[in-house]
Ligand binder design. Structure first.
Ligand SMILES: [Zn+2]
Ligand SMILES: [Zn+2]
Length: 240
């Protein structure tokens, strides 16, 4: 299993759109790896995770052929993780030779955002029925997608929706994708996380050196999280 990080910033990006602070100015001036786009990853070029407004820029920067991808996991409905109106371009009218159906997986809030975006009057002439299909996920209800066994685990994030992190398994490899969560997970979520051994744990570090109680993690939380997993036997010597 190979993961490619396409974007790693928080919602406002770095540099932030309207920001003139010293950090953003430096990022603008320096460019390169100082510039960070909104969060998105792709596993084996088959499983896309999250769909930020920067998806278009990622596709150009990394020469991605997104028309070949048929599975898109969404963690939650925040704009930096899900910018659904762009999905209308998978219709044959814009996305020639896109392969099969793009399955979009997410919670009820993501589902609402999806239909609100793609059913607007102006795009009704290009219905997505043959190009994009939404699949609602319930916490802990595992499923298979293109040979990947996926378990949606409820995150500690925006309480107005069932934000999800994901355990993804294939060919004996296991990934914990924990972006946009704090440490205050439910007992059942911890149990589910503890029941696996991971090859890669990919975590939220939005707070950097700062500390917050839930919702996101900082570096100290990431270290604490890894320690808990180590104690539970979920980390092997070669776990990243
Ligand atoms: Zn700034
Ligand atoms: Zn969020």
């Amino acid at each position: 299993m190979e993961i490619q990080y396409l974007g790693t910033a928080a919602a406002e990006g770095l540099p932030a759109l309207f920001c003139d602070c010293e950090i953003c100015k430096k990022a603008r001036d320096t460019g390169g790896k100082e510039v960070r786009t909104r969060t998105q990853s792709v596993v084996d070029q088959k499983l896309l995770i999250d769909f930020p407004p920067d998806t278009y820029a990622h596709a150009i920067r990394y020469s991605l052929r997104l028309g070949q991808i048929q599975h898109l996991l969404i963690t939650h409905s925040h704009m930096d993780h899900f910018f659904p109106v762009e999905l209308i371009h998978r219709h044959e009218h814009f996305g020639h030779n896109a392969e099969g159906m793009l399955h979009v997986y997410g919670n009820a809030a993501v589902e609402k955002a999806f239909y609100d975006a793609v059913l607007i009057e102006r795009f009704k002439v290009h219905p997505l029925d043959d190009a994009v299909r939404f699949i609602r996920l319930d916490p802990f209800a595992d499923f298979m997608a293109d040979g990947y066994h996926i378990i949606p685990v409820p995150a500690d994030h925006d309480k107005r929706e069932d934000c999800l992190i994901y355990i993804i398994e294939k060919d004996g490899k296991c990934l914990l994708y924990g972006h946009d969560t704090g440490m205050n997970l439910s007992g059942r979520a911890w149990e589910c996380i503890f029941s696996h051994q991971y090859d890669l744990i990919s975590m939220d570090a939005t707070m950097g050196r700062m500390k917050t109680d839930g919702y996101h993690m900082g570096l100290a939380d990431d270290i604490a999280f890894a320690k808990i997993l180590e104690e539970k036997g979920c980390i092997r010597p070669d776990t990243c």
